[in-house]
Design a protein around this ligand. Structure first.
Ligand code: GDP
Ligand code: MG
Length: 755
């Protein structure tokens, strides 16, 4: 490419700050960016420049090269030719210093004439203000500081020198080199292991050619060694050699003004050496081949491009305040700063994906209706892996220890949020699952009842529990976070199972209640019939008098209670059998069955008692007594109705029948077994309350005298069917009624006589 388009010196040199409120543009950085100005201020827009030049995302794929040398030795000119930059150069007429502070510009010569890549990516050259004592006086301070800055940041230091300066040991360049060596040693005191070697690249200008390059090189090496020997070395580095820290390279360039074409040609050739040539080379030997590559990986400072501006600013801050420059510490600090920044950046993306879900979940929870968020697992996984992999890409380039720590920190933050989401989701799945399970079991039971068939409650529970667990597991699997050791739902599943068991126990209890109600109803209807029958038998007064039928247990009025008790206990034990069988079929526990049976016996007793009370109600019992009396009085032993004659002993028969029936009243007043003349062993029969009985089980139970001691009612009282007053009343009424019958009989007898 033609070099004739070289721009003239820029008129305004200080326009490196982007105007406030305006987007910075490339035009503002036409001449590069002034990293450090003449007041030793660091430019805060360096990162903007990196952004504009698209260097920021380059990682380690960039190179910093600094050029040193006396004032007006054509440094800027060389850089402009070599890298296509537009640094200000002194005009031929004025001969006044142009470059102030340190400028930086990106290489503009990316491609060669054939369109191929001729130079490495992202070469950034720093044009360092030179000293010659004329413009800046004896400002050795800036020279020292800029050297330190360049060494801390640059892979290659180009030393620009006139051929006629070679060998002038006392010259300005030698002073500069001495400074460079000294500050380099200063850096090495604290960063022995971490400071890479640098390349000192001597560019000998106006090389006429009379003295071969190799001679110039030897002279320079001799001078460098002499300088090295004169500088005082810090403790521990007394015996170090200059080659321990630097590689050297040399090149001669023709006179730019006298031999412009040759100059251009050689610059062109030189530019090729800034290609990435990573081939092996002698570690300590000097490079003499004119085609040796210049940018070796071993020179790289290993500061990621996105952290360079921060690093450079911190370094400069240390330098300018004359603090000890401790590069390893600086790199660690940079790593902390940048890792935090990168973490913040990746969390922005994470938040975008996660915050809406967190808000939705929080809303659902406060409204008391936790909902399962669909697609949660996918969002969590991608948000997490994006955050972590983006962090890794950018942050892993920094100090390994710091990076590892910050990654753990970030993971902790991300996982804390995802854990909360996961728990919320599992809680919602839990609640929904338990409700669905309960509903499904109830629905299946209702369905079974409708069909009237003996539905299998245990089977229903097993099927629905399996469904419920499958659903929960699916929800749990769907939100598993990859590569996150905390992400599982074992504990939640266990809790869920426990809750399902609890709910099914409750449902089983309900089912037991329904069963108990059915069995009780059965007892009530059967008992009603049987007890009614026993009382009806009272109407037949001869039952107690006549001879028993063949093979049949003699029935007497006296053992009515025995028969009732037998019928009752037999029927209840039949009911108990039904209850037990059915309850067992749906996996009721022995305790639950025991409680159910206990309740059943108590309730059955209540049913019996009610039935008896009904039977002895005034009208009913009086009717029975009348029937009993009439049967005894109006029928003879053979069951034939008597036709009263005046000769009959009506009074005698009347008295006998009446007294016989009257004895029934005290008999019916107390539930007593004739065999023992005591109340039936109700307390023993009901049994003591099972230990597992709960308050809820007792809620609807009526206290039973003699069984529930604390009720203050005795078994005797429980067994009292008619109290004394009622007995007396009944006796009086019965006798009146009997009297009526007697009078009627008497009249009937007289009637027979008169007719
Ligand atoms: P800097 O101060 O080192 O950056 O020097 P400049 O690049 O500004 O150039 C200073 C002067 O030297 C300018 O007038 C250039 O024209 C002139 N110049 C540039 N290159 C060469 C060269 O190769 N040989 C000679 N003799 N002069 C040069
Ligand atoms: Mg210059």
């Amino acid at each position: 490419p033609s070099m004739s388009t070289q721009k003239s010196a820029p008129s305004v040199m200080n326009q490196h700050f982007a105007p406030v409120g305006e987007q910075p543009t490339m035009e503002q950085y036409q001449h590069g960016v002034q990293v450090i100005d003449e007041d030793k201020e660091f430019n805060p827009n360096l990162s903007t420049y990196f952004q504009l030049e698209k260097v920021t995302p380059a990682g380690f794929n960039y190179h910093i090269i600094s050029v040193f040398g006396s004032q007006s030795t054509g440094k800027s000119t060389l850089l402009n030719y070599l890298f296509g930059t537009d640094f200000g150069v002194m005009s031929e007429q004025e001969r006044r210093q142009t470059t102030k502070g340190i400028w930086m510009s990106k290489n503009k010569r990316g491609v060669d004439a054939d369109g191929g890549k001729s130079m490495a990516d992202n070469i950034l050259v720093m044009d360092v203000e030179g000293t010659d004592g004329r413009e800046r006086g004896e400002d050795q301070d800036f020279e020292r500081k800029s050297a330190l800055f360049a060494l801390a940041t640059s892979e290659v230091l180009i030393v620009n020198i006139w051929e006629h300066q070679v060998g002038l040991y006392q010259g300005a360049n030698m002073g500069l080199l001495k400074t460079v060596f000294e500050v380099n040693l200063q850096l090495f005191v604290k960063g022995r292991e971490t400071i890479p070697r640098s390349l000192l690249f001597f560019v000998i200008r106006d090389h006429i050619g009379h003295t071969p390059l190799v001679n110039l090189k030897n002279t320079l090496i001799q001078d460098l060694s002499r300088i090295w020997s004169t500088i005082s070395k810090p403790k521990g580095l007394e015996n170090s050699k200059i080659e321990d820290y630097f590689d050297f390279a040399f090149v001669g360039l023709p006179h730019k003004i006298l031999k412009p074409e040759a100059f251009q040609q050689d610059v062109e050739k030189l530019s090729l050496r800034f290609n990435e040539g990573y081939k092996d080379r002698k570690k300590h030997g000097l490079v003499d081949e004119s085609s040796e590559p210049i940018l070796l990986p071993e020179y790289h400072r290993r500061i990621p491009a996105d952290g360079f501006s921060t690093y450079a600013a911190n370094i400069w801050d240390q330098i300018v305040h004359n603090k000890d420059l401790d590069l390893p510490t600086q790199q660690e600090l940079l790593a902390q700063f940048r890792c935090d920044e990168i973490a913040r950046e990746v969390l922005v993306g994470f938040d975008e994906a996660i915050i809406p879900l967190e808000e939705q979940q929080a809303l659902d929870i406060t409204s008391g209706k936790p909902k399962i968020i669909t697609g949660l697992g996918q969002v969590m996984n991608s948000a997490r892996s994006n955050a972590l992999s983006n962090f890794e890409t950018a942050a892993s380039r920094y100090h390994k220890g710091v990076y590892a720590r910050k990654r753990t920190e970030l993971e902790g933050k991300v996982d804390g949020r995802l854990k909360a989401l996961t728990q919320g989701q599992l809680a919602a799945a839990h609640k929904a699952g338990v409700n669905a399970f309960s509903d499904a079991v109830s629905a299946a039971v209702k369905d079974g009842q409708k069909k009237g068939a003996q539905y299998d409650f245990a089977e229903i529970v097993i099927i629905e529990k399996k469904n419920a667990i499958t659903r929960f597991e699916a929800e749990g699997m769907a939100i598993l976070v990859k590569d996150a050791s905390w992400s599982n739902f074992k504990q939640e599943l266990n809790l869920y199972r426990k809750d399902l068991d609890e709910v099914s126990a409750k449902l089983r209890k309900d089912e037991m209640r329904r069963l108990a109600t059915r069995v009780e109803r059965w007892v009530r209807s059967r008992l009603g019939d049987s007890v009614g029958l026993e009382f009806n038998k009272l109407g037949s007064g001869r039952a107690g008098n006549g001879a028993p039928e063949e093979g049949v247990k003699p029935k007497t009025e006296k053992d009515i209670w025995d028969r009732i008790w037998d019928v009752f206990t037999e029927m209840v034990s039949e009911a108990e059998k039904r209850f037990t069988e059915r309850a067992r079929s749906f996996d009721a526990s022995p305790e639950e069955v025991e409680i159910g049976l206990w309740r059943l016996r108590r309730k059955s007793w209540g049913v019996l008692h009610t039935k008896i009370d009904e039977e002895v109600m005034e009208g009913n019992i009086l009717l029975k007594l009348r029937e009993n009396f009439e049967d005894k009085f109006r029928y003879d032993e053979a069951g034939v109705p008597r036709i009263w004659r005046p000769t009959d002993d009506i009074e005698g028969l009347y008295t006998k029948a009446r007294e016989s029936t009257v004895t029934l009243i005290p008999l019916l007043s107390r539930f007593r077994l004739s065999t023992t003349s005591s109340p039936p062993p109700l307390d023993a029969w009901i049994g003591i309350a099972p230990s597992a009985v709960a308050a809820a089980d007792e809620e609807d139970l009526i206290p039973i005298g003699g069984v529930d001691e604390e009720e203050g009612k005795s078994l005797e009282e429980e067994m009292t069917i008619l109290n004394d007053a009622k007995q007396q009343d009944l006796t009086v009424r019965f006798k009146k009624m009997a009297d009526g019958v007697f009078v009627e009989a008497k009249r009937g007898a007289l009637g027979t006589v008169s007719s």
